[in-house]
Design a protein around this ligand. Structure first.
Ligand code: DGL
Length: 268
């Protein structure tokens, strides 16, 4: 691969604001990396879409974004898009693509009871990819899954400065715990990048003895590894957040994105 210009950004992509939970730990490792954070508000929520629709939509949109921003690497900071569209995106685009997959492996290493919960979108939890991860990394353990669109709405609301619906959080946890064997869950995989935005609210409901884990730190390390030795700007500059236009979802306040190094919002 040719050496990228120091100004070539890392592109983060999600349906909404969940990918910020991957951007955060990446900035901690690569503090001067130029950032473009892209959110497909016109398509939010992805968890309600069909596999066919996402397999077509995600590569097409990423193609547009790559043309516009010329990133050195793209991160699909969305479990739903990654578990469905990652091979299509890799086939369509000629740059390194990092995906986000449910952190079932670390969860299997951590559980003492042998019962793991996987909380994702409805689209993610039905993927054969999740069966495959469970068979490879959690053989002999019980993996219970639940799809929660309510948590995506709650996480978006939180970053828009609105209150989080406590029922959405309680119902999501009940969706796991009320399954046979669910009361023995001691590790929950947050298999949607929106959900770590509700870490405190979720932890308050599950209590201190259930671990909530996600894959963001590992993805950040992977991005740092893939860009090792590449030139970066000497100083951090404000990043860009690009949103596809939606009549349903208003843009978030810039103040909610500023802690992630974003200094400008644009609609694409
Ligand atoms: N943040 C996304 C994920 O990781 C999806 C949220 C949605 O659009 O439903 O799965």
């Amino acid at each position: 691969m040719t050496t990228p210009s120091p100004d070539a950004p890392i592109l983060f992509f999600d349906s909404g604001l969940g990918g910020l939970t991957v951007l955060g730990p990446t900035r901690a490792l690569l503090p001067t990396a130029p950032i473009v954070y892209a959110a497909d508000y016109a398509g939010l929520p992805y968890g309600k879409k069909s596999d066919e629709e996402l397999a077509a939509r995600v590569p097409a949109l990423l193609g547009r974004l790559v043309e516009r921003y010329q990133p050195r690497l793209a991160v699909i900071a969305c479990n739903t898009a990654s578990t469905i569209a990652l091979p299509h995106v890799r086939a369509a685009l000629d740059l390194p693509i990092v995906g986000t997959v449910p952190a079932i492996k670390p969860a299997a290493e951590r559980t003492k009871t042998g019962v793991i919960g996987v909380l994702g979108t409805e689209a993610t939890v039905r993927q054969p990819y999740v069966d495959d991860l469970s068979a490879r990394f959690a053989a002999g353990k019980t993996v219970l899954r639940h799809g929660s669109p309510g948590l995506v709405t709650a996480a978006e609301a939180k970053l828009h400065g609105q209150s989080v619906d406590p029922d959405a959080v309680r119902n999501a946890i009940a969706g796991l715990r009320d399954q046979p064997g669910g009361d023995a869950i001691d590790v929950i995989v947050l298999a949607c990048t929106h959900f770590p935005l509700l870490q405190e609210e979720l932890q308050a409901v599950v209590g201190p003895h259930v671990a909530l884990i996600d894959g963001a730190a590992g993805i950040a390390r992977r991005i740092a590894h893939l860009t090792e030795g590449q030139p970066w700007p000497a100083e951090a500059r404000p990043g860009i957040a690009a949103f596809t236009h939606s009549d349903v979802h208003p843009l978030p306040p810039l103040a909610a994105l500023a802690p992630y190094g974003i200094g400008r919002i644009e609609t694409i």
